[in-house]
Design a protein around this ligand. Structure first.
Ligand code: SF4
Ligand code: SF4
Length: 158
């Protein structure tokens, strides 16, 4: 009885090993059919899927214009103080002053990528970018200003 069980276990183990080896051998001779991506070798061409949330970003158009009014809704919605909106008063052509964004400070090192800021923005000014590999040696590099230098708000966005 003991010997029967003993040899049965050996038989099952060898069978399982050969099953795995058969698959390994198949992919060895058919490299084009390999499904797994060779990360990080494919880093330059790797594109994350659309719903991947890598960091908060602020899209700008070709005229260096964004949609952020500086309303601070995203800052209030953020559960952990990742966003700091610094505003300024801008002089309008009619002589009146209007609130505008000076700096959209984003602390990627704090961000949990929960998307609440994006959902709360009434102007559709920010979105989740699907960038990846954010590791740095100095965490100060993770503090970002999302509005580009010299940018301004798009006409018609209130
Ligand atoms: S994704 Fe979440 S944690 Fe990150 S800035 Fe937006 S609200 Fe804050
Ligand atoms: S990103 Fe949106 S919610 Fe945040 S300050 Fe700008 S307009 Fe307001």
């Amino acid at each position: 009885m003991f010997l029967k069980e003993y040899f049965s276990t050996i038989y099952q183990s060898v069978k399982s090993l050969l099953t795995g080896m058969r698959l390994t051998g198949y992919y060895f001779t058919h490299p084009k059919e390999i499904q797994t991506e060779e990360y990080p070798d494919n880093r330059a061409t790797l594109k994350m899927f659309d719903r991947f949330k890598g960091e908060v970003s602020m899209p700008h158009d070709d005229n260096n214009e964004h949609r952020c009014t500086g309303c601070q809704a995203c800052e209030i919605a953020c559960p952990n103080g990742t966003i700091k909106i610094i505003t300024k008063q801008e002089l309008q052509p009619d002589g009146k002053k209007k609130k505008a964004i000076d700096a959209f400070v984003y602390h990627l090192e704090l961000c949990t990528l929960c998307n609440m800021c994006v959902s709360s923005c009434p102007s559709d000014a920010i979105k989740m970018a699907n960038t990846f590999e954010h590791s740095v040696y100095d965490k100060r590099q993770l503090t970002k200003i999302l509005n580009k230098p010299g940018s301004k708000i798009m006409e018609g966005v209130e």
